[in-house]
Design a binder for this molecule. Structure first.
Ligand code: GLA
Length: 658
């Protein structure tokens, strides 16, 4: 980052927040299913919460998926077993969704991120998949999330993924299925571990670093936000939140209620529900994080039936007049639903219309997005004949949105002809009034192309678009920033991110928000090319460091914590110093039983665990933090105090015996 900015300061409540994190840490409560006592399990591998290689002949924790599932599950000998000689075999499958399922309630904890790894063999070339079944609170409709898939060609393929589920979700299970044929399966080495959390509590907060320029936001989905660790990351760094999918028409339209109203003779008043978005909305409310609404009118993720007579996906396309009524009522009902249940959330922006132009600045082809048209066709164009649906969408949004909510046209690849088309569009929309407030630049960027440095767009192109949009007099928001890179070329990515942020800082007077599209790399829609600022374990990436480097920033109070005194941070590239987190011997920003275990290991086996001895050694900072009775030594009395603290017998650390 070349731009150095200097700004005023407010407060931080770092140690209080860290202790909250520690108090809610799940490790203490997680039963280690296939192991002996808690302490043995943690001493052996503190992060494993469920593991079986089926060598004990027991597959009883796995069951078939309901009465209509024909699977037969048993343990067999397999000379190709990846470990030992036994595996779980599944025969008699009738449907691709048939297979072994592991119920997670009572085994895992909600709001915790886990890593699963399992080896699966199909009898011949076949796509095998591990999926999560979960039923959101307030619903009786299970949802099925494919976590990861791989191809078995008669051999064992290892599937690994991260997942979590929310406290309000019911009937949560992991299951193995196939895509395509329902052939026989063998499964081995099924392990679930706590996903590591290496969030750097001393890293500057992005919302502080850029605090007097623009909001710094992120997008999240319900499953992404399920782990408390992800919630902590969002609370630390972001002051704007976008629902990744949950406020799109496919999740907001309530088909049953639409059909019921249509039965009564009104098929122009689409009914809506915010039930799917609830966990995200509740989170934003609880932690007072502003929200960007995304999105009202789009060709994708909007069901076919919305555009058809009688809400029948196979019916006739409705007329332009009827669709205008549906559009107006949909927009009206969305704003009314938010006003009714979430009026205390600061919805400061909404994307009214998304992605209406081709890269050549022309309207999309008419039709429904499908594989055959590369998901490019637009049902809006099918009904209106062109892009004439955009202006009324903004007129309706202006009519029904709260006065202080700004309205945006949002698109990707807004360079060259497309950027000109967008500028023209904004002029048309505002020709006889003020309906559109700003332009959303999605900013899905690429650092490399086939492994070679070949940024698209170039920083120069990106600056040209900023220049063009800044001249419209409208606000600009960067709404979905991510920058892919191949082969983990993170230094290249860091330079590019830094250059893009420099451009945004140069145009800060025209920009009110910069939003990255997701939290950690593993959760991104482009996860295979690591496009985000944080690693899967929440640690910062070089691109994070490059965009905070050299900026003088302000630490702000968590709006949900009491105000404390302001303090000045100087050059922040070396990160502001914070208080010690007493009890956190292993420096993972949490205080839990693993810290007590490490302290005991240091005391009993200093040659292995003492500072500077081996890769397993306690770190210098950890040693300071482990000395919870401040007697200058790390020994079993510190381990005991940490355990008492976890049990609530001691209120705070450090602790002095009376
Ligand atoms: C577009 C949409 C977003 C999201 C991304 C892909 O950019 O605007 O809502 O769907 O694609 O995840």
């Amino acid at each position: 980052m070349n731009n150095k900015k200097f700004r005023a300061l407010t407060a931080s409540a770092l140690s209080a927040a860290l202790l909250c994190t520690a108090a809610a840490n799940p490790i203490f409560a997680v039963p280690a299913v296939n192991s002996g006592s808690l302490s043995t399990a943690y001493a052996a591998d503190s992060d494993i919460v469920f593991s079986t290689d089926f060598e004990d002949g027991d597959a009883s924790k796995f069951s078939k998926r309901g009465d209509s599932d024909t699977s037969v599950i048993k343990v067999i000998e397999d000379d190709k077993a990846p470990s030992g000689s036994k595996v779980m075999s599944i025969t008699g499958r009738d449907q691709s969704w048939n297979g072994p399922s592991l119920a997670l309630e009572g085994v895992l904890e909600p709001n915790v991120k886990y890593d699963i790894s399992v080896k699966v063999k199909a009898a011949w070339y076949n796509t095998v998949c591990i999926s999560l079944q979960h039923t959101p609170g307030g619903s009786d409709q299970p949802q099925y999330t494919n976590l990861v898939k791989g191809v078995s060609q008669g051999d064992y393929v290892e599937l690994t993924a991260s997942f979590a589920y929310g406290a309000e979700e019911k009937d949560v299970s992991l299951y193995i299925e196939t895509w395509g044929d329902a052939n026989d399966l063998c499964v081995d080495d099924f392990t679930i571990k706590l996903s590591p959390n290496n969030m750097d509590s001393k890293a500057p907060s992005l919302k502080d670093v850029y605090g007097d320029m623009f909001k710094f936001g992120t997008a999240t989905t319900v499953s992404e936000i399920a782990p408390k660790s992800t919630q902590d990351l969002i609370r630390k760094h972001f002051n704007s939140l976008t629902a990744g999918n949950e406020l799109k028409p496919e999740n907001v339209l309530d088909r049953a209620a639409c059909l019921a109203l249509a039965e009564d003779g009104d098929d122009t008043n689409p009914q809506v529900t915010l039930e799917t978005a609830k966990p995200i909305l509740e989170f934003a409310r609880k932690y007072k994080i502003s929200m960007r609404g995304h999105v009202l009118v789009w060709h994708q993720q909007t069901p076919m039936w919305f555009f058809k007579e009688n809400y029948d996906p196979d019916g006739e396309w409705v007329s332009k007049e009827k669709m205008l009524k549906r559009m107006e009522n949909y927009i009206k009902n969305v704003f009314a639903a938010i006003e009714k249940d979430y009026s205390d959330i600061d919805f400061y922006a909404w994307d009214v219309v998304n992605e209406c132009f081709t890269d050549y600045g022309k309207p999309r082809e008419a039709g429904f997005p499908a594989e055959a048209n590369n998901y490019e066709a637009s049902p809006w164009v099918k009904i209106f004949g062109d892009n004439s649906f955009i202006k009324p969408a903004f007129e309706f949004a202006k009519k029904y949105a709260p006065k202080d909510c700004k309205l945006y046209y949002n698109d990707f690849n807004e360079y060259m002809q497309k950027s000109d088309a967008i500028v023209e569009l904004t002029k048309e929309i505002n020709a006889d009034g003020h309906y559109i407030d700003g332009i959303g630049m999605q900013s899905h960027l690429n650092v490399t192309n086939n492994g070679e440095p070949d940024p698209f767009p170039s920083v120069g192109m990106y600056r040209q678009a900023l220049e063009k949009f800044s001249k419209t007099g409208l606000d600009i928001q960067v709404t979905e920033l991510d920058a892919t890179v191949n082969n983990k070329k993170f230094e290249l990515q860091a330079k590019y991110y830094s250059d893009i942020m420099d451009a945004l800082v140069d145009y800060k007077d025209y920009i009110s928000a910069v939003v990255v599209w997701g939290t950690t790399d593993d959760q991104s829609w482009r996860a295979d090319r690591d496009p985000l600022l944080f690693n899967k374990d929440y640690s910062v990436k070089p691109c994070f460091e490059s965009i905070v480097d050299g900026i003088e920033y302000t630490t702000s109070a968590d709006p949900t914590e009491p105000e404390t005194e302001s303090k000045t941070a100087s050059e922040s590239s070396s990160y502001a110093t914070g208080d010690l987190l007493y009890g956190d011997a292993n420096c993972d920003n949490q205080i839990n039983i693993a810290d007590a275990v490490l302290v005991m290991q240091v005391a009993t086996n200093p040659d292995k665990y003492g500072e500077g001895k081996t890769s397993l050694s306690i770190k210098k900072l950890g040693k300071q933090q482990a000395d919870v009775n401040k007697d200058g030594k790390v020994d079993n009395s510190d381990a005991l105090i940490i355990q008492k603290y976890k049990l609530g017998l001691i209120d705070e650390l450090p602790y002095h015996e009376k």
